[in-house]
Design a protein around this ligand. Structure first.
Ligand code: ZN
Length: 133
């Protein structure tokens, strides 16, 4: 099961990488296209600054390349190997996947990127929840 405290939790749900208490994004819905990459500056629970340094998230572009390829390969295997479509249909399926999931891929990449540099901090998370309540 995926739960708070696991890196995967922060990556999949886009929550603060340190305390896992709240979303890093101003709008949780990645399909609010104008707000795809609008992030809060800091976590209101643990005060973690997401942008470690200026243009920190440029690095997530390398990750998005890898994530994009992973999605493309998955789309290819599903359409070509499992559904038995032609190569052209498989290609269309790849394009549709990449375009359709573009906001998700962008956010996943940012989440993976920030989780490379930060990890869940149990003490910090507990302290920040206590301070709030
Ligand atoms: Zn936090």
């Amino acid at each position: 099961m995926i739960r708070k405290g696991m890196k995967l939790y922060s990556i999949l749900f886009g929550v603060c990488p340190k305390c896992h208490q709240e979303s890093m994004y101003q709008n949780k819905n990645p399909y609010a296209i104008t707000e795809v990459i609008k992030m809060n500056k800091t976590c209101s629970h643990c005060k973690t600054k997401y942008q470690i340094e200026p243009s920190f998230f440029y690095g997530s572009m390398y990750v998005s390349y890898a994530v994009g390829i992973a999605f493309a390969v998955a789309a290819f295997i599903i359409s070509y190997n499992i559904l038995g479509s032609s190569l052209i249909t498989a290609f269309v399926a790849i394009m549709a996947t990449l375009i359709g999931l573009f906001p998700v891929i962008m956010r996943l990449s940012r989440n993976i990127w920030i989780n490379i540099f930060m990890s869940y901090d149990k003490e910090l998370a507990e302290k920040s929840t206590k301070a709030k309540s």
